[in-house]
Write a protein that binds this ligand. Structure first.
Ligand code: ADP
Ligand code: GLC
Length: 473
């Protein structure tokens, strides 16, 4: 049995800003079901401390790394078969947000070092250290070039790219947070422009690099999606693979989700209508069964195609639809969206913020889920919306392309709608088509709901793929 230590900057049920947290919250459980041992290590943020008094202190040590000399306190918890470890250092992590601070390089340099320093102190003995995104990217090189102990040489490293846009690129001085020699800067291994890149280090030094869908694994080899890493990614050859994400089908389950007004199943979706009415009522929309309700739940960034939505807002609202958007992020997008309620009273609502419960109610209560991303490594939202019978309309990119099968009106197959080119008119064309199916092909729409709800969005298949990958190491 192999033991896998997943290292991440966020993970449910302890911290979340996006889909990475969903993955870290659900993949380890799926790995244990495949007979592997799984543990997770996360930073201990202010919110984690405030919301999880049950965590117990395990050990304390000093992290001395280049210019860093600070104490790390390790906390622990166990949920089912999965062990959780938390690195506590309040100067770095006792803050309102998780990232976006001027000292992020130093904060996550500390985190990487503390994770490795923790290993001799805990009973969990990993065979594989599975790092995620830039915040953990320095771990493989630290093991290979800085840590001299026997066990550090024994670990194998998997590095998963959840979003190549965020690379952890810092000025060269950040190298002073490690005891890594300038040699690895001079030979280009961790150098990016005139600074260092945690993401690049992760890609180069991991034994296997994965990303979260097969299409994104191919896309990132091109200049269009490669974010200037396409060259080094290409060098990984067969050691770069795409494994699509699943979701926690226990938590995201319309048959027993406590956040919903009423529960429903794929075979009896009458209560989905009740969820819709209750959502409309809650949001101040006109309560009506027979109007298409479109939902969006997202970080408000350009990645998510928000420019298409803003550009085409008038055209969207000129159709016979209602719209609900839940999200937060970019100031400009927020301020534009704040106008929609006044412009379209009782027809459009923007809830600015992060709200877990409302997200469940939107996934259940809407008819269509709009996700026209510019790029999408995998996407969790379209998987959730399919599980709730809310038909996704997506752009054919990354994981959206791999997980949503476009409706075919001739044989009735499909689980959603999709368009190819990132253009507002293309999106509108497909949206108009979807609206047409919704109003004038009711049996077709019902079939779509049934088919979307029957898609296996669990981790079962992908956990098997990870297992097979781990076994090659
Ligand atoms: P990304 O990780 O790029 O943001 P994903 O689709 O992979 O996109 O995952 C987004 C996750 O975050 C989903 O679980 C989605 O429901 C959740 N989410 C995003 N924005 C919000 C919000 N404002 N309130 C509640 N949940 C949100
Ligand atoms: C990133 C990506 C998203 C993916 C998530 C989890 O946030 O933007 O597409 O689903 O990571 O892998």
């Amino acid at each position: 049995m192999k033991n896998i230590l997943l290292v991440s900057a966020e993970g449910l049920p302890y911290s979340k800003s996006g889909g990475l947290a969903d993955v870290i919250g659900s993949l380890p459980v799926a790995l244990t079901k495949q007979g592997m041992g799984a543990a997770v290590v996360l930073p201990m943020y202010k919110k984690t401390i405030e919301q999880h008094p049950e965590l117990t202190e395990l050990c304390t040590f000093h992290v001395t790394s280049g210019v860093i000399n600070k104490q790390a306190v390790v906390y622990g918890a166990k949920i089912g078969e999965v062990q959780y470890f938390f690195i506590r250092q309040d100067d770095y992590f006792y803050r309102d947000g998780m990232y976006g601070y001027a000292d992020d390089g130093e904060r996550f340099a500390f985190f990487c070092k503390a994770v490795l320093d923790m290993l001799p102190h805990i009973r969990f003995k990993p065979d594989i250290i599975h790092c995620n995104d830039w915040q953990t990217g320095m771990i493989p090189i630290l093991c290979k070039q800085e840590y001299t102990g026997e066990e550090y040489k024994r670990y194998k490293h998997v590095y998963t790219i959840h979003n190549l846009l965020f690379q952890g690129n810092f000025p060269k001085e950040t190298l002073q947070c490690f005891n890594i020699s300038d040699h690895y800067y001079n030979n280009g291994d961790i150098r990016f422009d005139n600074g260092i890149s945690f993401m690049k280090a992760g890609i180069i030094y991991a034994d296997k690099v994965t990303t979260v869908s097969q299409t994104y694994a191919k896309e990132i080899l091109t200049p269009e999606y490669g974010e200037r890493m396409e060259g080094i990614l290409a060098q990984k050859g067969d050691n770069l693979v795409g494994i699509v994400n699943g979701i926690d089908v226990e938590n995201w389950n319309p048959t027993k989700d406590p956040a919903l007004y009423k529960n429903y199943t794929a075979t009896d979706i009458r209560n989905k209508k009740a969820c819709k009415r209750s959502l409309q009522y809650q949001l101040g929309l006109r309560v009506a069964d027979d109007v298409m309700l479109i939902g969006i739940v997202t970080r408000l960034t350009w990645q998510k195609g928000m420019h298409l939505i803003l550009d085409k807002l008038t055209n969207i609202m000129n159709q016979d639809v209602q719209l609900v958007i839940l999200g937060s992020g970019d100031n400009y997008i927020e301020s534009e969206l704040k106008k929609i309620e006044a412009t379209y009273p009782h027809r459009a609502v923007f809830y600015c913020g992060y709200n877990e419960e409302l997200s469940h109610r939107i996934y259940a209560g809407c008819d269509l889920f709009l996700m026209p991303s510019l790029f999408e490594p995998c996407g969790i939202s379209q998987l959730i919306s399919m599980r709730y019978g809310t038909i996704p309309l997506v752009r054919e990119t990354g994981g959206l392309k791999d997980t949503v099968k476009p409706f075919n009106e001739y044989d009735g197959s499909g689980t959603g709608f999709s368009f190819r080119y990132f253009k507002g008119d293309e999106m509108m064309f497909i949206l108009a088509y979807a609206i047409n199916v919704y109003y004038y092909n009711k049996p077709g729409w019902r079939k779509l709901i049934k088919q979307a709800m029957s898609v296996d969005v669990s981790w079962d298949n992908s956990a098997r793929e990870y297992k097979a990958l781990y076994e090659t190491l």
